[in-house]
Design a protein around this ligand. Structure first.
Ligand SMILES: Cc1cc2nc3c(=O)[nH]c(=O)nc-3n(C[C@H](O)[C@H](O)[C@H](O)COP(=O)(O)OP(=O)(O)OC[C@H]3O[C@@H](n4cnc5c(N)ncnc54)[C@H](O)[C@@H]3O)c2cc1C
Length: 549
């Protein structure tokens, strides 16, 4: 507790809600604390379980229309700052999101319009990945007529054609996309802008264009011997597998890279029965892939080889024979903050391979879209995503990221577009600083282990290659997990202030809501500071009475 003189009469409490680390960490911008505390405090709020679930789900879909999807694939940066880590383990936010997402699918919940009037402007969206869908959803719920153009036969972008079905079942993605379409969004599949419809035609149809084209093209390694049979990019290989194609890779497969695409390609190939070695030029600590996915890849028998980079592919005629690798050592940090890999002279060696999958990076495909081309590295894009007059962009086209970032940038662009079209104030883009672990008084909270979701063992995963491997939380686990939330920076009605105040300054409100349980009467306050010291979530702060200078 804070070391502060109790007799300082200049100090009285002030109820001041602060940002929570989970909310600030959430890439799609969800009020994580808000929806979790709605569940945790459902009885105080007079809500039945389904009422609380529905209210919490609505809070999520206000910014992210994909809770069931993201509850499966999000790398959950919201959890890394969770103050509960100082006590035991982070609250399992991502699994809770999935529970609510799945509950809402079973309950057939639909998305709601925000504004009932129809707006005169027509909006064209290129690409139906999470960025395009998020933008389309936010515009449609505000009453705009939205047309989504997608070059693939199905919507979803990398959520469908990149992430394998054992992590994200198609039915889940389909259902969450359908809800957006149910708002009246028109989806034109197999329609490539720049080929089937020109940019000029598009411009004549719509007053605003959103670019959600992602970074669909896998980069090749650019080493001798690479072009030809048996040589794949990770995105192309996964695209085929996710469309149900059986891709013949042979027995020995080398996957190159350390990101999600590399790990997904390796695991998908392992499910086809191949022996997989994944080669990465840095160490495990620098691998950008989701940590849990790496662990599962190892459990599934994938060999990870660190500090190596490919330099040549040796072929016998067309047939791939071996891969030449050079050992690396780590030098000083590069622009990404990660240590730069440097080749070790004379360390080349060969491994026999039947296929090589290069999953080193991806880039956007601008063919036919040249008038919209921008280079975010050369000249920074406006923070709302505006790239040109009437053109906004979001998601991977702005830089490779994760689905949450795509959803967040799509939403922020929509808010900016709506504000500009309607002459409204644009929402602030900077998140506030979150409350840190110091002020949250962890001693108040009991130790409780984090819920472990059920999952298929590695052997079963390989036997049923398409079966979903994570099975989520039970309802009991979900509710228990909600009660682990510390409600950082926001009152949760713990009654400590009310109990410890000797001067009856605190009165319980008749109509309580999350974050608002007590009124404070400062007339009676003796500024003893007890309530501030005792408040576990740092909602009560010192209010200086000194007159401003
Ligand atoms: C293999 C893999 C695994 C991943 N795993 C995860 C994960 O576990 N968690 C996570 O959060 N993120 C993950 N990501 C990243 C995440 O999928 C992306 O960040 C996200 O999908 C980007 O969304 P987007 O909408 O910008 O682009 P995309 O999802 O790439 O969608 C772009 C869409 O635009 C369409 N398009 C492009 N050009 C045109 C055109 N000219 N006309 C019409 N349509 C066009 C494309 O067909 C595509 O449907 C993964 C990515 C990959 C490749």
């Amino acid at each position: 507790m804070e070391d502060r003189p109790k007799t300082d009469l200049r100090q009285q409490p002030e109820q001041r809600a602060q940002a929570s680390p989970c909310g600030v960490g959430c890439k799609s911008g969800a009020d994580v604390r808000g929806w979790i505390t709605t569940i945790a405090q459902r009885r105080n709020l007079g809500l039945s379980d389904p009422e609380a679930y529905a209210r919490a789900w609505r809070m999520i879909v206000d910014v992210n229309p994909f809770p069931a999807t993201m509850g499966r694939v999000c790398p959950h940066p919201c959890e890394s700052g969770c103050n509960r880590i100082g006590k035991d383990e982070a609250v399992s936010v991502n699994q809770m999101e999935r529970f609510l997402g799945d509950w809402a699918l079973r309950a057939d919940m639909s998305l709601e319009r925000l504004e009932t009037d129809e707006k005169p402007e027509s909006i064209g969206v290129i690409g139906s990945g999470p960025a395009g869908l998020s933008f389309a959803y936010q515009m449609a719920r505000r009453g705009y007529a939205v047309t989504l153009y997608e070059r693939n036969p199905k919507a979803g972008g990398m959520l469908r054609y990149g992430i394998p079905v054992y992590r994200l079942p198609e039915a889940v993605l389909d259902a969450e996309i359908q809800r957006i379409l149910d708002l009246g969004v028109e989806l034109k599949l197999d329609t490539r802008i720049g080929r089937d419809i020109s940019v000029e035609q598009l411009e004549s149809l719509h007053s605003i264009v959103f670019l959600g084209i992602g970074a669909q093209s896998g980069r090749v390694l650019g080493i001798p011997g690479e072009p030809g049979p048996g040589s794949w990019t990770g995105t192309e290989y996964l695209r085929r597998v996710n469309q149900g194609e059986r891709v013949a890779l042979g027995r020995r497969v080398a996957v190159i890279g350390g990101g999600n695409t590399a790990v997904d390609a390796a695991r998908a190939a392992r499910r086809g029965g191949a022996e997989i070695s994944l080669f990465y030029r840095r160490t495990r600590a620098e691998m950008p892939a989701i940590a849990g996915e790496i662990d599962e890849a190892i459990e599934e028998g994938i060999q990870l080889r660190y500090l190596v980079a490919p330099t040549e592919i040796i072929r016998n005629g067309e047939t791939l024979e071996s891969l030449v690798l050079t050992k690396m050592k780590l030098g000083a940090a590069d622009a990404s903050g990660r240590r730069r890999p440097l080749p070790v002279a004379g360390s080349e060696y060969r491994v026999g391979v039947d296929s090589v999958i290069a999953a080193v990076s991806q880039e956007s495909d601008w063919s036919g879209l040249e008038p919209y081309h921008f280079d975010a590295d050369a000249s920074p894009v406006e923070r709302s995503g505006k790239t040109a007059e009437h053109v906004w962009a979001g998601g991977d086209v702005l830089g490779l990221g994760v689905a949450g970032t795509a959803i967040g940038t799509g939403r922020r662009a929509s808010e900016a577009v709506h504000a500009r079209l309607r002459g409204l104030l644009e929402p602030a883009l900077d998140p506030p600083d979150p409350i840190a672990v110091g002020p949250a008084k962890l001693d108040h909270y009991a130790e409780r282990p984090r819920a472990a979701p059920q999952a298929l063992p590695a052997s079963a995963r390989l036997q049923q290659p398409d079966a979903e491997i994570h099975l989520g939380l039970s309802e009991e686990q979900f509710l228990e997990e909600a009660s682990r939330c510390l409600s950082c920076g926001q009152c949760f009605g713990c009654e400590q202030c009310w109990m410890y105040c000797s001067h009856n300054c605190f009165t319980r409100l008749e109509d309580v809501k999350p974050g608002m349980y007590y009124a404070v009467a400062l007339e009676a306050c003796q500024a003893c500071g007890k309530c501030i010291d005792i408040c576990p979530c740092d909602f009560l702060q010192i209010r200086s009475l000194e007159a401003p200078a």
